[in-house]
Design a protein around this ligand. Structure first.
Ligand code: DX5
Ligand code: ZN
Length: 267
């Protein structure tokens, strides 16, 4: 299909500038943008990823367009199955609807058991990054392979009680690690302070292994704690309620982006 063809296309110089903050509006170019963002993660700005879980589903197009026009580079999509977590969110139709409205990088966070059954379908439905939970599968390597084969970037996530040490063997195989800083399942919870130490330990492990793994932090992120997680080594900051419960969501994204970049300079 057309989307997967575009995934393998050679990035052309015109599309690559989007990583410098120039907005890109074509879904066909989305893949190239992701590659650009991922390959330049160290030198670039920190990335804010608003979580659509906190959007108004009655106005999904409006809220997606808001994110699309904002300083956010990624759109975070939380998929929950009611089994891995005690909540059910949404699946393929909603992902496809969001895909139609934005060319930004779709960052899909799967909170589902046996992710190997679905990872390829999420990539085909438009995910640029597919992240599964380490705790949800017996076959993390298989999941990573399937995601790659379907043309997306592969991420693995750990819950607050899971040690970063479990990731040592698979770290060279993934593009990204998502550190949960609340128990997965719901937006609007408070950041668990011990998450900062986990991010620091993960960054140290990646450095030790000679890897430039992208570290994403998810749960309870706001203007109050963004600097500390960036200084610990986080590159991508997910924010649900901080963005969508704000009076001016786009301004909140811009503020988080600014605070994130400032903290990165100081780190
Ligand atoms: C929770 C989700 C998060 C959530 C974040 O299970 O993975 O992405 O939407 O929401 P806030 O930023 O409100 O904690
Ligand atoms: Zn999430």
């Amino acid at each position: 299909n057309r989307h997967s063809e575009s995934r393998t296309a050679t990035p052309n110089p015109k599309t690559r500038v989007c990583g410098d903050g120039i907005p890109l509006r074509s879904v066909e170019n989305c893949r190239e943008m992701t590659i650009f963002v991922v390959s330049n993660i160290r030198t670039m700005n920190r990335i804010v990823a608003p979580s659509m879980l906190s959007a108004d589903f009655g106005h999904l197009e409006r809220d997606t367009q808001m994110v699309d026009r904002s300083a956010a580079e990624w759109v975070h999509i939380d998929v929950m199955d009611g089994v891995f977590v005690p909540n059910i969110s949404f699946g393929f139709p909603v992902l496809k609807a969001i895909r139609k409205v934005t060319a930004k990088c779709l960052d899909v966070h799967l909170m589902i058991v046996e992710p190997e059954r679905y990872v390829a379908r999420f990539a085909e439905a438009g995910a640029d990054i597919v992240t599964f939970h380490y705790e949800a599968t017996y076959d993390p390597r298989g999941c990573i392979e399937m995601i790659r084969k379907a043309g997306a970037k592969a991420g693995v996530s750990i819950k607050p009680a899971t040690s970063v040490e479990v990731l040592r063997d698979i770290l060279p195989l993934v593009d990204l690690v998502l550190v949960m800083s609340v128990e997965p399942g719901f937006g609007g919870q408070s950041f668990i302070p011990a998450s900062t130490g986990k991010i620091r330990a993960l960054r140290a492990m990646a450095r030790e292994l000679g890897l430039q793994t992208i570290i994403e932090v998810d749960g309870g992120i706001s203007s109050k704690n963004i600097a500390e997680v960036v200084k610990a080594g986080a590159n991508v900051l997910v924010a649900g309620s901080a963005v969508f419960k704000s009076e001016d969501p786009a301004a909140e994204v811009a503020l988080l982006q600014k605070l994130g970049n400032e903290a990165a300079q100081e780190a």
